[in-house]
Design a protein around this ligand. Structure first.
Ligand code: ATP
Ligand code: MG
Length: 356
């Protein structure tokens, strides 16, 4: 076995600055429920399992827990289980004695030891191979471990936070993740919802990020128009907060709404911002009808996106007939925009053809 030095591996021994709690948790009910779980458990050193899709803020939450915990003055050690091959990871995590294997020229303590009286963050825990899962289990059971090539057991105390991009249920069913280990790492479970499920939090996060970029780039981008904000609200945000951050960084640097929208993925580019023209002297009744049409069109767009533009499922979810949905899509000008690449079967012709 050859060894890389720790600096080449994704281990950080310090805590980064994170958004304030009002931004991390926002105002959505899913996030406030999460806070109700996280705040009390942060104060006790039980293992926490955080899971959520890419870019949802898992590492930010892990930092938050550390900073709120009694171990906040101790080290915060991050290990990426996906970035380090198994045999090397064992040496990194548990350390080794001089001569334990070829290349072990000197004794080296593992990252677990470095995390003593602090927090050990195991990122991408789903990628931990099965032999290391056994060794980690032993450590979680009694706080003891042995360096590679050593006889003596060592004992340390650290809070473990594990992160995965999925709940691990399928890994447990397939037997690729040990059930006993899962129970040990999940003293508390913190699921992070995707951004599209907490759109109430979007304005707050946007404001926070725009302010950060304004400060660091010394720029003052124009406020976003309601039409653009509406479009951002209809976007699916597959890359979640990280994607939002990238899009807003781009906007801050380039300063045009086009720069902002160009960053969004195809599915949303195909999405029109529907604006029905309104005559300045329209009577109240007409104005109200227009607003209702607008709201209806937006509701339909939203549901279509939710169902990956599957119109049958969207119609079912809206509790209207497929025929009625197609009619409404056409009269709102939505069908022409339905994306026809990828997994949905809508062709441009089909999207434009009138319902029979
Ligand atoms: N509530 C928030 N407000 C503002 N920025 C946030 C928030 N949550 C996360 N971020 C930022 O979004 C980016 C992604 O967050 P983080 O790295 O914690 O996500 P992750 O779930 O670990 O992502 P990945 O799955 O890609 O590892 C980071 O740059 C982080 O600073
Ligand atoms: Mg991460």
């Amino acid at each position: 076995m050859t060894l890389a030095t720790s600096d080449t591996l994704a281990a950080h021994h310090r805590c980064t600055s994170i958004p304030p709690p009002s931004i991390i948790f926002g105002r959505s009910s899913v996030m406030s429920r999460l806070r109700d779980v996280v705040d009390p458990i942060a104060l006790v050193p039980i293992p926490v399992f955080i899971h959520g899709a890419t870019g949802t803020g898992k590492e930010v939450l892990a930092n938050y827990i550390h900073q709120r915990s009694p171990m906040r003055d101790g080290p915060f050690v991050k290990v990426s289980c996906a970035a380090i091959p198994g045999s090397l990871l064992e040496a990194e995590l548990f350390g080794f004695e001089k001569g334990a294997f070829t290349g072990a020229g000197m004794t080296k303590p593992g990252l677990i030891e470095l995390a003593h009286s602090g927090t050990l963050l195991l990122d991408d825990i789903s990628e931990l191979d099965i032999t290391l899962q056994a060794k980690l289990l032993q450590f979680l059971q009694d706080g003891t471990f042995t360096r590679i090539g050593a006889q003596a057991e060592r004992r340390i105390s650290t809070r473990i936070i594990c992160i995965a991009n999925r709940s691990l249920q399928s890994d447990l069913e397939q037997g690729t993740f040990r059930e006993d280990l899962f129970h040990r790492i999940s003293g508390a479970i913190a699921p992070l919802p995707p951004l599209r499920e907490r759109l109430e939090d979007l304005p707050g996060i946007m404001e926070y990020l725009l302010l950060q970029f304004a400060e660091s780039f010394h720029v003052r981008p124009l406020p976003l128009s309601p039409a653009i904000i509406r479009r951002l609200r209809h976007y699916r945000w597959p890359g979640n907060i990280r994607e939002l951050e990238n899009v807003l960084r781009r906007y801050s640097l380039l300063g045009t709404p086009e720069a902002l929208l160009e960053g969004l993925k195809l599915r949303s580019e195909a999405l029109p911002v529907i604006e029905f023209p309104l005559h300045p002297n329209s009577p109240l009744k007409v104005r109200t009808q227009q607003l209702v049409r607008q709201a209806e069109a937006e509701a339909i767009l939203h549901v279509l996106q939710e169902h990956d533009w599957n119109r049958t499922k969207s119609a079912q979810s809206l509790n209207i007939s497929l025929r009625a949905l197609l009619y409404k899509m056409r009269s709102a000008g939505i069908s022409a925009y339905a994306p026809y690449k990828g997994d949905n079967k809508v062709t441009p012709l089909e999207a434009l053809s009138p319902p029979d």
